[in-house]
Design a protein. Sequence first.
Length: 659
Amino acid sequence: MSGGCHEPAPDAAAGTALAEGAEDAEVERIALVGSPNAGKTSVFNGLTGLRAKTGNYPGVTVARFVGSCRAGGRRYLVEDLPGTYGLEPVSPDERITVDVLEGRLEGTPRPDAVLVVVDATTLQRSLAFVAQVLARGLPTCVVVTFVDELARRQGRVDVDALGQALGVPTVAVVGHRGYGIERLRERLAQWRAWTAPVVAPPTDPGERDAWVRSVLAFADYRAPERHKVTRRVDAVLLHPVWGTVTFLAVMVLFFQTVFTVAAPLQDAVEALFVRLSGLVAEHVGPAWLAGLLGDALIGGVGGVVVFVPQIVLLFLLLALLEGVGYLARAAFLMDRVMGRFGLEGRAFVALLSSFACAIPGIMATRTLPSARDRLATMMAAPLMTCSARLPVYVLLIGLLVDPSGRVGPFGAQGLVMFGLYLLGAVSALLAAWVFKRLGDRRGQTVPFYMEMPPYRLPAPRAVLVAVWSSARAFLRKCSTVIVTTTVVLWLLLNLPLHSAAQLRAAGVDPDDPVAVSAYSVDHSYAADLGRSVSPVFEPLGFDWRINIGVLSAQGARETFVATLGQVAAAEDPEDPARALRTMTYADGPHAGEPVFTAPTIAALLVYFVYALQCMATVAVLRRETGTWKWPGIALAYLTALAWLMAFLARTVTVLLGGG
């Protein structure tokens, strides 16, 4: 009676309502519930495919994920509810789960049936959650995940006997391998015939504990053994001293790998775009069109796409560290540190998410039960070093640090990159501490649960999906925001047009395209704009070309690289990288002096550590806080902090003899 599931059609971006007609009242609705890390997402993907419609619940900003599945000739809507350890909510996410199950959320019908996902390796704790779900009276099926891992670690469970003890159907599933998914579909098609407990599980905590023990005994359950190797490794990785030292070493090697391994790939991508730009110059007749296509589109976008190898490698390493189980250990270590700044462990998850992008990090604060903690974490999240900063860091560190330089066993470039990430993380913690202290409400401390997953080889499919998702998001930005920005910048850098007579009067040969291009850029609208803000940025050592890059980066940080790429290409189309290294001031008191000195690069790097240069982040802050007050405060304090810290970095570098 099983049928194939199909992938839902693409929907609007997260934060919008689900597509019209997606929630047909005649379609049966199945809710998927479970604790975090129980394998719920793998089960959801197995039933619905790798894509799902995303949106928000009516009237709130908590995200929802709904997928379509066909089984037994019928279509079902499977909704992946926010993960929770119980149905006594302490956060907005957990409140949504309870409200949906009880049919209290306006605009969202109560589900017809429930799939409860439980981890076989932590079944004793999971059964208390199952008891709470069964008390809601909905048709329920228990999905037992990680049964392969339970057996591998010398544990056991009789899944059929477990179902008999619970009084509901039970299915064993290994989500990432697809094992048990077809049987689950068959069960899903028969949900109206699902059995129910003759007597509901007890609600009293003491009686519930006795009930859990009896169910485990009937199912012949034996908890998994903790592997000796795991114990020995954790004795080091979770040690307050040696664990911290290991964490720092792993992070330094992490960033050095991003530089070293990705460099050949980056060179290949750069050569490709240079070749494409050269073909345009050779075969496109009108000079203005060749410039628009070659310099703005191919050169500008290529200057950002060239960093895709670093982006892919960054997320690949993160996915591997998470899949193998190390990130949970890092979270445990960092939780101790965060406690000193008044934050709880849930805030670490939000800040860790911000390494990819501040937007999911801000949205992840919904798991925090305290309103004051949520606000403090949201205001700090933009300081975590997101992937958009990576192209800027790679470019500037390449100008500042010799690739062959080493400090002991570590590469100098990797150490500088690690230092920037560390600076952002420490600054985020300090900012969260300040904003929490400024709050006038006392939050109640809520216990934080964090599981230590066993060390395991990550599933290749899950790793590839995570990496592709991140790379696709970066490329999508290149095809929209960055394309638009680079075209506008090209126009600003090449207008107004200058006649041959004007060029000759200025001592420029009209037949010399490089000289004409350099003169046009130096006398463009962009140059006027950059020079107009010079009083603001001159103390930081920025000239007008850097200024327009900083201004363009307000929309998206990556455009800074594209801007400098266009400016450098105008001065030396054959070797823009060399043009950046040898770029000098054209006029003023510093005429003839290098632009990118060590103090200026240091100031630029620190400026990008702190500045809030992402309007999408501002918009999400507005949506999450419900007011423009906090986004305005974030933009103001981070911009001021960026200027002050950049000025300090330049001053210190000069005092240290950096130029």
